[in-house]
Design a binder for this molecule. Structure first.
Ligand code: UDP
Length: 367
């Protein structure tokens, strides 16, 4: 065996790839990680600017109820006590998220859960059958007022589609509560890594051969026996059955020297369709941070162009899922190429779910 032949070439230095690289190296394998970007961490990458950790590809709040995942990640980093309590801004009116008694009280000038339930039941009465799309699901859960002010415009902007064309599952991600509780997540554990996410990836990849700015499809690759691929699966197969749809966005990062507190919250969603961005993130509020200045990021949804744009979210409607199933069938026939992560599995994974999936892959994988 030639000494410079790697056991595994891992394509992508995000969660799935970095976890595999770390765990396989621990098991004595020779691993090389490549990434087409100039940094590690995938979309979780954070960058320190003016003593603030910027979530360069959008807000990442870690949350999980999975004990194994929580224990695993805490080997490498510590978390602060951040609890995600975003707010919605609809034409200058501020509402609490996720949908809870603070939201209903402000909207309808009521105080009691029974009052909120009665209003929602009346507004949702038109939805007779099992909801089949996002619009029906949203009205079924929270009624037409919340849908019109806080969901419709935001969803249209974010996904570039009518909510009637989107799967109901997307809106089920958000809790609906008839108590005064604006914690966005229901999970047992939640927080932001102290010092940012990037150091986690630095630790995972310590001592491992890493080649940044390296494109799997265009650049010369080192010799290897097996591949773990975490990029878009349709790209891997040259889009032979057609292009999968992803939702994407661009960020405008702005330094504010004239204020230490721009919007008073880590995330404000702009739910009116006429505001061109979906949300503004103010990064310093993810951590306790006393800087006299601040950094904000405006998130603009843009049209996805396969091979050109950064893919962020899979669009798991029936047509795309059927197309993905065809690629998955091809992938299952590969002997030495393995696929994992949000893009290669075409799944709307949260961070903790990717970690779980990568650890499961390693545990069941025949090395
Ligand atoms: N959503 C909405 N209004 C909001 C926040 C979310 O309509 O103010 C809907 C929207 O369709 C979005 C979905 O809920 O795509 C899931 O939101 P989540 O916050 O989970 O999205 P992510 O943080 O993954 O972008």
């Amino acid at each position: 065996m030639k000494q410079d032949c790697f056991d595994y070439l891992i394509v992508g230095a995000g969660f799935f790839g970095s976890i595999c690289a770390h765990e396989l190296t621990k098991k004595g394998k020779r691993v090389c990680v490549i990434d087409s970007r100039n940094h590690i961490g995938g979309n979780c990458y954070t960058e320190e600017r003016d003593q603030i950790h910027l979530h360069i590809y959008g807000p990442h709040i870690f949350h999980t109820s999975n004990e194994t995942v929580w224990k695993w990640i805490n080997q490498f980093i510590s978390f602060n006590h951040f609890i995600f309590r975003p707010v919605a801004n609809y034409k200058g009116e501020i509402y609490s998220l996720p949908f809870n008694m603070f939201t209903f009280s402000k909207l309808w000038n009521i105080t009691k859960p029974e009052e909120a339930k009665a209003i929602i039941a009346e507004q949702a009465a038109a939805i007779k059958n099992e909801p089949t799309n996002l619009e029906e699901q949203a009205i079924h859960l929270v009624g037409t007022d919340v849908y019109q002010k806080l969901i419709k415009g935001y969803t249209q902007k974010q996904w570039g589609k009518d909510p009637k064309e989107l799967p109901a599952s997307i809106i089920k991600r958000l809790p609906v509560r008839f108590i005064y509780d604006n914690n966005y997540f229901n999970d047992k554990y939640q927080g932001i890594p102290i010092g940012g996410y990037t150091q986690l990836f630095t630790k995972l990849l310590e001592g491992i051969e890493l080649r940044l700015n390296t494109d799997y499809f265009k650049d010369q690759l080192p010799e290897h026996k097996k591949v773990i691929y975490t990029g878009p699966i349709d790209q891997f197969y040259q889009y032979q059955f057609g292009k999968l749809e992803y939702k994407t966005q661009v960020f405008q990062h702005e330094f504010k020297s004239d204020t230490d507190n721009y919007q008073g919250t880590a995330m404000m969603n702009f739910t009116d369709k006429d505001v061109p961005y979906t949300r503004i993130i103010e990064h310093k509020h993810f951590e306790e941070n006393a800087t006299p200045h601040t950094w904000i990021s405006k998130e603009y949804p843009v049209e996805y162009k396969a091979g050109e744009s950064e893919p962020y979210y899979p669009v798991n409607d029936a047509a795309n899922n059927a197309l993905y199933a065809k690629y998955k069938e091809l992938a299952a026939q590969e002997e030495n190429i393995f696929f994992g992560g949000r893009l290669a599995e075409y799944k709307y994974y949260d961070m903790h779910q990717v970690i779980d999936s990568a650890l499961a892959f390693i545990n069941h994988h025949q090395i």
